[in-house]
Each structure stands twice: as C-alpha cells, then as structure tokens.
Design a protein around this ligand. Structure first.
Ligand code: MN
Ligand code: MN
Length: 466
C-alpha cells in the first residue's frame, strides 16, 4: 500500500505543475543578492520619480558604463553601446550584437511614467486665506488616496525667453511639501455616503501651497507672496505656468516594508520596477550575440500617446537606422526581433481575494510574472502572445534558473488593463508581457517583493544574453 502511494506521489510530481516560492527554492546567497540588488533599486527610484528624472538618472548610469549618445546616421559596429535620449522623457539604450542585426533585436520595453497629479496651466489662486495650485490628475488613480499625504513638485518651466528650468521642491528633508486636504470625519457624513470614486472630485485635488500674504493688506496677497517667492528663486511670473510641466508626486523615499525587510514600499514601482531591471540587464549582458535594446517609454499611463509614448515612431526609426547602417533589410530585422514588454501585474492580495481567480493569479515572492495576454472582457486591447513564443521564453527561463509564474490581470469579468505590448507586436515583433507582481498598484505608495524584482532582472538578463 505504502509502495502504491509512493508511485502516486511520483506520478503527481511528474505530471502536476506547481509554482515555486523563491524563499523555498533559492539559496541564502541568491536571496542576499536580491536584497542587495534592491538597495540599488531603491536608491535609483528615489532619483527617478518622474519620466524626466528617470531619464536623467539612466543617462548618468549608462554613461558610466561606456554608453554614448546616438545620432541618426551613425555607422555602428559590434560591441558598441549607445543611448538615445528622446526629448528628456523617454530613452532607448542599446548594445550592438556580435551577430548580424538581420537575426533580430532583443528588446525589453518598460515605461517610466507613473500616475500622479499634474498642475494645470493656470494653477495658482487663493481662497479664504489659503493659496492653492489647481491640478489635473495623470493616469488611473483612486483620487481619495492622494489626499493628506506629503507631495513634492517635480518638472520644468519654460520661460518667456525660451529658457527651461528644472523644478524639484519637496524631496530634500528641509524642503517644504505640498498637501491635498480632505474633510474631517465629524463633518463628512454626506461625503462618506458617496462612492469611493465620488468622495473626492477631480476639482477638489488642489495643492495647498501657502497661507501668508505679501506685506500688509492687499488683494490676493497670498497668491502674490507665492509668486514673489517663485520669482525670487526661479525668475518666473504667473504666465510661465502656461509653458510648464509640473507634477506632484509622493514626497517620501522608498522604504523597506515588513520586519523581515522582504518588501519595498515606494512611489512609481509601476513601472520603474521593470525599467530598472531592463537597464541593469542591458549593462550586465556585456557583449550580446543579438543586438539588445532597453526601451524606457513615457505616457503608458495615458495610452502610450504622444511623441514620447510607445506609439511614437522614434524607437523603430532607430532600429531602421541600425539596419541601414549594416545594409540589412529593415523588414527582416523586425520579423526576427523579440520583445519582453516589461510591465507590472497585480499581485494576489488576500485582503481582496474576490477580484482574482486564484489559479491564474500571481503572488509576491513567486518570481517574475509572464502574462500571455492582458486586455479586458474578451481579451479586448490585448497582445495575446503565441504559444510558440511563450514556449521559447519558458525554456529560456527554466534553463537559466529564473523563478517565474504566470498570471492574468484579475477575474475575467472584473476589469482589465493593457500595456505597451500591442504597439510593439504590430511592428511584426514577437512580444510577450512580463514583470513584477505589485500590491496596491497605482496607489501613491505601491508594494513589491524584493525577490521578484531580482528575478525580473535575471529574466531580462537571460533574454539579452540569448
Ligand atoms: Mn505599467
Ligand atoms: Mn500603470
């Protein structure tokens, strides 16, 4: 009987699929590597909260690693490393492979914009003894989550004379911060009866920016004082807000979460937690066989639009230019190219189990997530990767010791979402989504597991080295 049981167990082991938890299968050494890797990740995202900040930090890192600015028409050769800074808001970094580029480019595409609260073009006003900035939120947010937390202002202002200046207020611990107020519970009876989506309206997301009037009694003295402070520091006037991009983001730095320090709470994991591994993998792959490219796109959170989003021609213009440099047919390069669309997925949260179908959900610490399809309802808006390409990625990960899992984004009828995958796939490139499971996605502070971040680095590295 006992023997029989062993046989059954053996058969189960042979035929059943079981997901792995990194802590159960990885060595102490490997887990330490993950924790160490995440120290650098936290440091990097503290300096890269907006797409503009992230591009700047990425350029510093890439130049240190010998990457050079790319100009269209450059005659390139194997082993050379370049980056293309697209308007300071998106980036393509690449290493020329030792094999002919006609064998295709290995692309990792992540996005570096995150949901936030942008200033309007006429933001500044005062009302009843307080000064505010009007805002227009960017990306999919739960508005109530952005109230009563310290916010920093990041961005640029282009002045009347054409000069563009950088703004960053609220990141230095000695800086003042900004704040969106909310109603006290004592008087919130009506508000509390509203739905979460209506409790705070878009026009209530006003940033508290001051309360002290300029000199003695004067009309709009608080507004005047705020403008006078800004004028003294940056030389700007009210009209300059019209040609500005100012973003309010959570002022706090990335912090370890949990007594075991296994998790990281930070603003903008979506999708810097895939953008950063794309960069580190590109650097670590050294002399790749295929030409490798990390695309860090902007505007994913509002549909990948505009000339810094993934739908912009620039990324494939670069690939076309590389093909031309080698005298190779561009269509052949695209046909043979492969892409990991590196974006986060929603981790199963035991506090909200009702939105996921457990068998097809991803979990923290179970490794990088491979997402065959995204979309909503009947896979609408999804790049549904082919079985053949998923098969290739599966073998690649298994043969390189990458711990991975699969997932879809929530229950079938529950909602959905999309990524940049479909915009790359339509260029005739094999594409599949993969990334880090995130808890509280799109909240001011999101949470990820350190082991999953490191497995994502390992996954992209295996792909770049292949
Ligand atoms: Mn994303
Ligand atoms: Mn997102």
């Amino acid at each position: 009987m006992a023997e029989e049981k062993t046989k059954v167990e053996e058969l189960k082991e042979k035929l059943f699929y079981k997901t792995k938890n990194v802590f159960e299968v990885a060595s102490e050494d490997e887990i330490k590597k993950a924790y160490d890797y995440c120290e650098e990740y936290k440091d990097f995202i503290n300096r890269g909260k907006t797409e503009r900040d992230f591009v700047k930090s990425a350029v510093v890192m890439l130049e240190k690693e010998g990457f050079k600015p790319y100009e269209f028409g450059t005659k390139v050769s194997a082993g050379e490393k370049y980056y293309y800074n697209n308007r300071g808001k998106s980036l393509a970094a690449f290493v020329i492979g030792s094999e002919c580029i006609c064998r295709g480019v290995h692309i990792s595409a992540a996005h570096i914009d995150s949901p936030r609260v942008d200033l309007k073009q006429h933001p500044l006003y005062e009302a009843d003894g307080m000064g505010f900035f009007k805002t227009h939120y960017y990306g999919g947010i739960k508005k109530y989550q952005w109230t009563t937390i310290p916010l920093a202002l990041h961005g640029v202002i282009t002045k009347a004379d054409g000069e563009t200046i950088d703004i960053c207020i609220g990141e230095d611990p000695t800086d003042p911060v900004f704040y969106i107020d909310d109603l006290l519970p004592h008087l919130a009876g009506d508000q509390m009866r509203k739905s979460l989506s209506d409790g705070i309206s878009g026009e209530q997301l006003n940033l508290l920016a001051g309360s002290r009037p300029y000199a003695e009694k004067t009309g709009e003295g608080i507004k005047l004082n705020i403008l006078s402070i800004l004028n003294e520091k940056y030389g700007i006037t009210e009209a300059d807000f019209m040609s500005a991009e100012l973003c309010a983001v959570p002022a706090s730095p990335a912090r370890d979460v949990g007594l075991d320090r296994s998790l990281i709470g930070a603003y903008g994991h979506d999708d810097k937690v895939c953008a950063y591994p794309s960069l580190t993998a590109l650097v670590e792959a050294k002399n790749p066989v295929h030409t490798t490219m990390a695309i860090l796109a902007d505007k994913e959170e509002i549909g990948s639009e505009g000339n810094s989003g993934m739908q912009c021609a620039v990324y494939f213009d670069i690939i076309a230019d590389l093909a031309k440099s080698f005298g190779v047919d561009y269509a052949v390069v695209r046909k043979n190219s492969k892409c990991l669309s590196a974006d986060v997925n929603a981790a199963f949260d035991p506090n909200f189990p009702e939105v996921n179908e457990r068998r097809n959900a991803c979990f923290v610490n179970k490794g990088v997530v491979l997402t065959k399809f995204t979309g909503s309802r009947g896979k609408s808006g999804s790049n549904d990767a082919s079985a053949e390409f998923v098969g290739y990625v599966r073998n690649l990960f298994d043969s390189n010791g990458v711990i991975w899992q699969t997932s879809e984004l929530g229950k079938v009828d529950c909602g959905g979402g999309g990524t940049v995958a479909k915009f790359i796939a339509k260029e005739n490139v094999e594409t599949v989504d993969l990334g880090v499971p995130v808890i509280s996605m799109h909240a001011p502070i999101e949470v990820v597991a350190k082991t999953d971040v490191y497995e994502t680095h390992k996954a992209i590295l295996a792909f770049f080295k292949d």
